[in-house]
Write a protein that binds this ligand. Structure first.
Ligand SMILES: O=C(OCc1ccccc1)c1cn[nH]c1
Length: 243
């Protein structure tokens, strides 16, 4: 998978080259290129924004600059199918399911908006020739899309074959069965007078699996009743309902 990011703050994307993601790059599992939007300005001030039509606070990012940048980065769409992703509070929710969908993309191009966002015509123009997703990572407002890109790239890349040491962990993610992950424990057996739940040391794998599912159901009911409500009817068996 090739990932391109266009931003006015390329250094914000430096973490993509660290740790797990950095190793995925070194191993050729992904290619990552970060581009400075200002490279496609032609004026001495390297202006990337302007006042909003219709008035209102803040500034809007100029379509011309974005058009030149994205034409250059995306190239002729025919020979390298790419998805364009635009992080924005006004987007569809980014979910584990969407992360999985994107793992089959040959290319992901991320456009990092700042100020009040990017002129809508940029999304409208590219949506005529490729899949464009306006995506939110949560109901809050950041200063720019860069941090959202770090979140989404990490969520997608960790799902690619070979990236995670233990493929089971991606498959058994929180949300993979529609529930929140239950509590996890490791040594010591007692820590600050707090013991590890005995069932986890019983060696009875059926009991451990049952206990873990019960804890996941309880946690989901407490913190995310919406996830429970969204489960397909056959997702919960008799024992589940008793929790
Ligand atoms: O703030 C965000 O993106 C940056 C952004 C983009 C466009 C205009 C303002 C801010 C964001 C919040 N949840 N998901 C994304």
């Amino acid at each position: 998978m090739r990932i391109d990011v266009v931003t006015i703050f390329p250094s914000y994307l430096a973490p993509l080259r660290e740790a797990l993601l950095g190793r995925a790059i070194d191993r050729g599992l992904i290619e990552v290129a970060v581009h400075d939007l200002r490279d496609w300005t032609h004026d001495v001030h390297q202006a990337v924004d302007d006042s909003p039509y219709g008035g209102g606070p803040g500034m809007v990012m100029k379509p011309q600059v974005w058009g030149e940048a994205l034409d250059s980065v995306i190239g002729p769409v025919i020979d390298s199918p790419a998805r364009l992703v635009v992080p924005t509070p006004a987007g569809r929710p980014f979910t584990q399911q969407l992360a999985h969908e994107w793992t089959s993309a040959e290319r992901l191009v991320f456009a990092c908006g700042r100020y009040e966002g990017i002129d809508q015509r940029v999304v409208d123009h590219y949506a005529q020739r490729m899949p464009v997703d306006e995506v939110s990572i949560g109901d809050y407002v950041l200063v720019g899309g860069e941090v959202a890109v770090l979140v989404m790239v990490e969520a997608v890349v960790r799902l690619l074959p070979g990236v995670l040491g233990n493929p089971r962990s991606a498959a058994e993610d929180s949300f993979s069965d529609g529930l929140l992950e239950g509590p996890a424990y490791t040594r010591p057996e007692v820590w600050r007078d707090l013991p590890v739940p005995p069932v986890l040391r019983s060696g009875d794998h059926a009991a451990v699996d049952r206990w873990r599912r019960d804890r996941a159901l309880e946690r989901t009911a407490r913190l995310r009743p919406d996830l429970l409500a969204a489960l397909p009817p056959d997702a919960l068996d008799e024992a589940d309902r008793a929790v």
